[in-house]
Design a protein around this ligand. Sequence first.
Ligand SMILES: Cc1ncc(C[n+]2csc(CCOP(=O)(O)OP(=O)(O)O)c2C)c(N)n1
Length: 182
Amino acid sequence: MVAEHGVLAVDGGDTFVWGELALEARRPGRYLGHGYLGCLGTGIPFALAAKLAYPGEPVVLLTGDGSVGLNFTEFDTAVRHNLPVTVVINNDRAWGMCKHEQMVRLGADRVIGTELAFTRYDKAAEAFGVYGELVDEEEGIRPAIERALASGRPACINVMTDPNAISPAQQAMAAASAGSGH
Ligand SMILES: Cc1ncc(C[n+]2csc(CCOP(=O)(O)OP(=O)(O)O)c2C)c(N)n1
């Protein structure tokens, strides 16, 4: 997706990698992310800051489900300050990048401590006064984002995704370090 208008933000592990591969912004200051060192949880704060900086432009955040949990209460900030950003959660029910490393290095049957629940983040966000939707099929993603943007409110689109989709970057990193003893 290429954004001609608006701001994109990305937060997460494998989600960040997918974002780097698939999203593009054509103007300066319109693509915000934590970079390779990856301080998770910056997504909603970055999106809110972008909305303050560019109030007339749509702001969309793509984030992992683990990462969005770190600063989830910033939905409250969005509502109180009337900052209509659209948060799209890549909900693979895991700290995906960590789980995927375990799968590659140790085997799929040796995943431990990295799985999350099927959580209705959309409902939790609604409790803050946010527009929420659950999406469980690919065709539903775009219309849900369009409805969220049209709502004029802060929004949380909770998209259920493949829990075993490993990004190419994580595949390479895990394979490279396999057998290193670390
Ligand atoms: C503040 C912080 N804590 C922990 C980590 C380590 N870490 C890197 S990727 C990752 C998993 C992220 O999971 P999620 O946000 O669900 O995104 P996914 O990998 O599933 O796309 C973790 C915990 C980090 N980079 N930053």
